[in-house]
Design a protein around this ligand. Sequence first.
Ligand SMILES: *Cc1c(COP(=O)(O)O)cnc(C)c1O
Length: 384
Amino acid sequence: MIPYGRQSISDEDVAAVVRVLRSDFLTQGPEVPRFEQAVRDYTGAGHALAFNSATSALHAACLALGVGPGDRVWTSPNTFVASANCARYCGATVDFVDIDPETLNLGVAALAAKLEAAAAASQLPKVVIAVDFAGEPCDLRAMRALLDRYGPIRLIEDASHAIGGRYADRPIGAGEFSDITIFSFHPVKLITTAEGGMALTNDAALAEAMALFRSHGITRDAAKLEADEGPWYYEQQTLGYNYRMTELQAALGTSQLTRLDAWVARRHELAAQYDRALAGLPLKLPRYDAAGRSALHLYPVQLQGAAVGRRVFFERLRARGIGVNVHYIPVHRQPDYRQLGFRAGDFPCAEAYYANAVSLPMYADLSDAQQAEVVTAVKGSLQS
Ligand SMILES: *Cc1c(COP(=O)(O)O)cnc(C)c1O
């Protein structure tokens, strides 16, 4: 089976992890700060905090921004559930902004209209979580301008698909327009630490708050302690969690990061080859590179005037050993969101995209020969 995405692990990656296994620290040693520094250097962000997943990083980001009961948080329906769940962990109310059918990202026009209506009803959100779907950067400059007009409204960029991409001539994560940027290092993403994530910000107070939430709300910083009972002394100053990344994961991440640019370049090569090979078929191909450089996490096609339906197309591809997938079932269609009152039809652009979407294999180690196999299978599976 050719999967839709998979990690690339080198001998250097293995050696980096083994070195840590034989070292003094398996957690809370030098490797996590080293990985954080490497991602700061790569992105230009002022602060970077490693987490044990992007989901926990999203949770800490919401907490640091003060999200709580009574607050509203808006995100895109075309995302993994974690982009919305993080606000619910904080007791906030989640709502969605429909996507732009071309970029498949949270739509700027839809955001403008929803903000106008929410302002009239005194129901503005506290935070908007924009998602760089498939690696395509959101139009953050336009979003920031809109949020500032109605704000203060904070912006989290869920860049789980987008490390290695660029927006407005700077690396994703530089944080020129968003308050906090989140990366995921799950194995199907751009680089991996098995499980893992990171939160980036240029705001020292937000970084400090997220660091506290990451580790039980505990500090040992003498400048911040209320008392000094001895060298062993620490204080829990807020309710936090254990969301820490291990040293093994961080060493893997640092090693992986050295190959990220080459991997994104290979993804662009593969996408250009798909674009050429699939042109003229009853498929709408993904648009990318609109506002910057996509990291091309996914290559999602949409059936368009095909003789077969999506389900048959998908099942035929799987039967031919092509591990296609669908990104995403709109979050508001999940049973756990329906019980909050969301209904089919609430976000028609995300639903129309979902109805025809299939993600083709896209990862750095996909060979030209494997890609040719995918293309042959796609052509064969489109026959009536
Ligand atoms: C993968 C993903 C997440 C969650 O990442 P984890 O590291 O698995 O917690 C969140 N948001 C988006 C858009 C994702 O694709």
